[in-house]
Write a new protein. Structure first.
Length: 95
């Protein structure tokens, strides 16, 4: 007899980071996502959940993963500028 709460992990070559769990029929959300965090990250998440006004991690995580966004800033131009300023500074010192 199988344990009904047994977790079957996704294959290593899978494109998803999901694990499946046997769930009751009719359950709306039947895919489980598992993440690992440090104690400090967990404390930070708990503080953010308080600000959001919920103690339910599933609600908070689902909202942030679906509606949240990641900001990626391309700093290539600034890195080039910093290298040029550094080169000028080096020339001034050797002058």
């Amino acid at each position: 007899m199988q344990n009904p709460k047994r977790i079957e992990h996704a294959l290593p070559h899978s494109d998803t980071a999901t694990d499946t769990i046997q769930t009751p029929k009719g359950r709306k959300r039947n895919v489980q996502l598992i993440i690992r965090v440090t104690a400090d990250e967990k404390d930070f998440i708990n503080k953010k959940m308080e600000q959001f006004g919920t103690a339910n991690f599933n609600t908070y995580a689902r909202k942030m993963l679906i509606d949240g966004y990641v900001i990626h800033v391309d700093l290539t131009e600034f890195q080039t500028l910093a290298a040029e300023v550094n080169a000028i500074g080096t020339k001034v010192i050797h002058f």
